[in-house]
Ligand binder design. Structure first.
Ligand code: CP
Ligand code: NVA
Length: 317
């Protein structure tokens, strides 16, 4: 059956089937080819989008802005102090106003409930550009990068080391469960993923018969053994700055350094990071600059994958 995402929100990967995720990745590849070959793709000419940011961003903002312009759209950016939302005006009212003017709304912020509420009231597609719980557009870019390196996702051993319960780790685990990957989390017990989400992902793997497995361990070397890809992220996410020192002590054994790369036993392992990175914390400078590193491919792929999400949800075809 054909995939039709028209009119849909993109709030978390839990809402998408493996076929829909595959479709978005295929479409992303087409946009990447067009961009690389200088083929115009103004498929959303005349439409307008708004980008609402409660937290800071380089990649997500720029990816939405350039993607929007390449697709022929008008793009409005509202920074944390630039709107009435959450201060003089409720989320519900903000959503209803923006939905009258824009064809799509991107939101980055703290609470997943806010993006879900925007989606409830806007009447136009809402895209999650990161919340405390999830970062779904990031994972599309990560999976496109993995596919570019290995040709497929199924059966790939993706090892995430670091803060095992942050937004990126959560979204990777969901995506991996859907796409039949072997997902391993290596993190201290205090930062293990939410057991309820692990159970949900295991159920997803069973229901979709994807063949995915989820493993959680506090042993970093055991975690990375046999990895095709090692992924890490900052030790203290946006909003957790006060915990930075405590996390640094706790997460030191999970740093992605030369020794951890060697512990994979795979000379061709690739290194992934959503960025921005704190070099010297979660990854060493030498690994970041090594032949294993693919983080800038991932960053570029944010733009191609975001185009796919926007065209699939607000395009006229
Ligand atoms: N990876 C990512 O979301 O980067 P930004 O915080 O710069 O948007
Ligand atoms: N986990 C990080 C991701 C940044 C893209 C954060 O939320 O700050």
């Amino acid at each position: 059956m054909g995939v039709n995402i028209r009119g849909r929100h993109f709030l978390k990967l839990l809402d998408y089937t493996p076929e829909e995720i595959r479709y978005l990745l295929d479409l992303s590849k087409e946009f990447k080819n067009m961009k690389r070959n200088g083929v115009p793709h103004r498929y959303l000419e005349g439409k307008n989008i708004v980008l609402l940011f409660e937290k800071t961003s380089t990649r997500t903002r720029c990816a939405f802005e350039v993607a929007g312009r390449d697709l022929g759209m008008g793009v409005t950016y509202l920074d944390p102090s630039g709107s009435q939302m959450g201060k003089k005006e409720s989320i519900e009212d903000t959503a209803r106003v923006l939905g009258r003017m824009f064809d799509g709304i991107e939101f980055r912020g703290f609470s997943q409930k806010v993006v879900e509420d925007l989606a409830k009231y806007a009447g136009v597609p809402v895209w999650n550009g990161l919340t405390d719980d999830y970062h779904p557009t990031q994972v599309l870019a990560d999976f496109l990068t993995i596919r570019e390196n290995f040709g497929h996702l199924k059966g790939i051993r993706l090892v995430y080391v670091g803060d095992g319960r942050n937004n990126v780790a959560n979204s990777l685990m969901i995506g991996a469960a859907k796409m039949g990957m072997h997902f391993v989390v290596g993190s201290p017990k205090e930062l293990f993923p939410d057991p309820a989400l692990v159970a949900e992902c295991e159920q997803i793997a069973k229901d979709c018969e994807s063949g995915a497995t989820i493993t959680v361990t506090d042993d970093p070397k055991a975690a990375v053994k046999g990895a095709d890809a090692i992924y890490t992220d900052v030790w203290a996410s946006m909003g957790e700055e006060a915990k930075a020192a405590e996390r640094k002590a706790l997460l030191q054994p999970y740093q992605v350094n030369r020794e951890l790369i060697e512990a994979t036993g795979n000379d061709d392992v690739i290194f992934l990071h959503c960025l921005p990175a704190v070099k010297g914390n979660e990854v060493t400078e030498d690994v970041f600059e090594s032949r294993h590193a693919r983080q800038f491919d991932e960053a570029e792929n944010r733009m191609h994958t975001i185009k796919a999400v926007m065209v699939a949800s607000i395009g006229n075809f």
